[in-house]
Design a protein around this ligand. Structure first.
Ligand SMILES: Cc1cc2nc3c(=O)[nH]c(=O)nc-3n(C[C@H](O)[C@H](O)[C@H](O)COP(=O)(O)OP(=O)(O)OC[C@H]3O[C@@H](n4cnc5c(N)ncnc54)[C@H](O)[C@@H]3O)c2cc1C
Length: 452
């Protein structure tokens, strides 16, 4: 049966981690002016972009409002570098349009399969946070639907408190309908990457400090390495490649989008036990060993540098039907060495290998619920089971003890205590929600963490 896209479907919905999964109603409006009418038909609602948050941020106990059809580009002012689009536009689609014209979105996360609305609502960070801040810093203005049905514009000048709370506010202040974003010109569609190995956590942090002027930096960690090798890692620094650094055949067309070097996909029947201590440990040793000689410099298509995981479609299926959780925290600079060391030791002792362990350095923070703050952020993926859910709570306790915070866009397992201790501006956030009639914007995450 063909469904009227504006009507509600009853669906079983999950985030990227496939945990938790809940039953809820889902609406697929085609036009922005259908949205105010949805408010009268539900007790509570939450916007849903492309469902790339890991946990329950885009899940609703009542109604999730998908923005996938709200994907029109409204305009591009080349002089000012300002692009206006609807919130459901996918980053991947946008870059396909922009890159050949010599423009890029100044901050992008580790996947291009996200909506612009989702990027703003999570105030996503990229590999350049230490220099360019989070995505919200480059948002010029937003058009929003409030809980009383009103549509208003907000920016740093107009309703600045709503603007600031919405960037990182996880959809809890209203629905972003349109955004205007300041783009960055680029010399080419390629990134020049240098790889440096580090024998342990101290070494990789020293490398980050020494590479502070590098525009892009991220480290992959072998989280099962213990003892003197705890935190053994590879630091990948990058910058947009100059034309002369491109492969010869691209030098006349530096903005032409190069093909991905390879792309694979994971079948739906992948058994859950595939990622275990032994397979992860073997992978980590091989991966580290391959890059250990260091200094390797390569010029990569932008997708291979910024979005390496997108080359492995549906990689979340590797974790089996029960899904995965990601624990991502940031700790202040003075607590990072000790706190991250404890997190790595605890994880290694638990024997719960995380294939994806990523370390980045952050610069200054932004709005009340925006995740980044100065310090180091570590993200660890785990298959969902009783032990990893318990481990995640133990890691939360280490985060609290070191005045850190967890990332709501990744979270599926934390608690109100951890969020309250990590986000001291929560009372100010609640005030903005009250002032802008946002009580009805609720998600499974906001209820679990007592944010609404
Ligand atoms: C492989 C992978 C790598 C990632 N790497 C990074 C990274 O490097 N850095 C980083 O910061 N994040 C990263 N993420 C997380 C991801 O960028 C965020 O979760 C992002 O919010 C997902 O966008 P989405 O469109 O899928 O939003 P969804 O997951 O659908 O929603 C996320 C949140 O945004 C809200 N939202 C969505 N659209 C709107 C709207 N129009 N109005 C108001 N609220 C809205 C939802 O209510 C929800 O709270 C990664 C995720 C994956 C799967």
């Amino acid at each position: 049966m063909k469904l009227d896209p504006a009507s509600f479907q009853q669906v079983s919905l999950a985030g990227w981690g496939n945990y938790p999964r809940i039953e809820c109603a889902l609406a697929h409006p085609r036009y922005i002016d259908e949205l105010p009418g949805l408010l009268d038909r539900t007790h509570s609602l939450i916007a849903r972009g492309n469902g790339r948050s890991y946990g329950d941020a885009a899940l609703s106990p009542d109604l999730a409002v998908a923005t996938r059809y709200l994907n029109r580009i409204r305009g591009f002012d080349r002089e000012a570098g300002l692009m206006t689009c609807e919130a459901g536009v996918l980053l991947d689609d946008l870059l396909e349009l922009l890159v050949p014209q010599g423009w890029f979105v100044p901050v992008v996360p580790g996947t291009a399969q996200v909506s612009l609305g989702g990027m703003a609502a999570a105030d996503v960070h990229g590999k350049n946070h230490h220099i360019d801040g989070a995505f919200g810093r480059h948002v010029h203005s937003m058009k929003m639907l409030l809980g009383n049905g009103q549509v208003i514009d907000c920016s740093r000048q107009e309703h600045p408190e709503l603007f600031s709370a919405t960037l990182g506010g996880m959809g809890l202040t209203g629905i972003i309908l349109e955004l205007t974003v300041r783009l960055a010109p680029i010399e080419s569609a390629w990134v020049r990457q240098t790889t440096q190995p580090a024998g342990n956590l101290d070494e990789v942090m020293a490398l980050f400090e020494a590479s502070a002027d590098q525009p892009l930096s991220v480290a992959w960690l072998d989280c099962l390495a213990a003892g003197k090798a705890r935190g053994r890692s590879l630091l990948f620094c990058g910058q947009v490649a100059q034309t002369a650094q491109l492969p010869k055949r691209y030098q006349a067309r530096p903005h032409q989008i190069p093909a991905r070097s390879r792309s694979w996909s994971i079948p739906p029947w992948t058994p859950g036990g595939l990622l275990n201590r032994w397979s992860v440990s073997a992978f980590n040793r091989l991966y580290y060993g391959r890059h250990r000689m260091g200094g390797a410099t390569r010029t990569l298509p932008y997708r291979d540098y910024y979005f390496p995981l997108d080359g492995l479609a549906d990689w979340n299926r590797l974790y089996g039907r029960r899904g995965l959780i990601q624990h991502q925290c940031v700790l202040p600079p003075e607590a990072s060495r000790e706190g991250l060391g404890e997190i790595l030791s605890r994880t290694s002792r638990a024997g719960q290998g995380s294939m994806l362990a990523v370390l980045k350095k952050f610069g200054p923070g932004a709005g009340p619920l925006s995740f980044p703050m100065p310090g180091y952020t570590l993200a660890l993926d785990f298959p969902v089971n009783t032990e990893t859910l318990r481990l995640s709570r133990e890691l939360d306790a280490i985060v609290r003890a070191h005045q850190g915070r967890i990332y709501l866009a990744k979270d599926a397992a934390s608690d109100a205590l951890t969020v309250q201790s990590g986000y001291p501006e929560l009372p100010a956030f609640a005030q903005v929600r009250a002032a802008y009639h946002a009580e009805r914007f609720q998600s499974a995450l906001s209820r679990r963490l007592e944010l609404t």
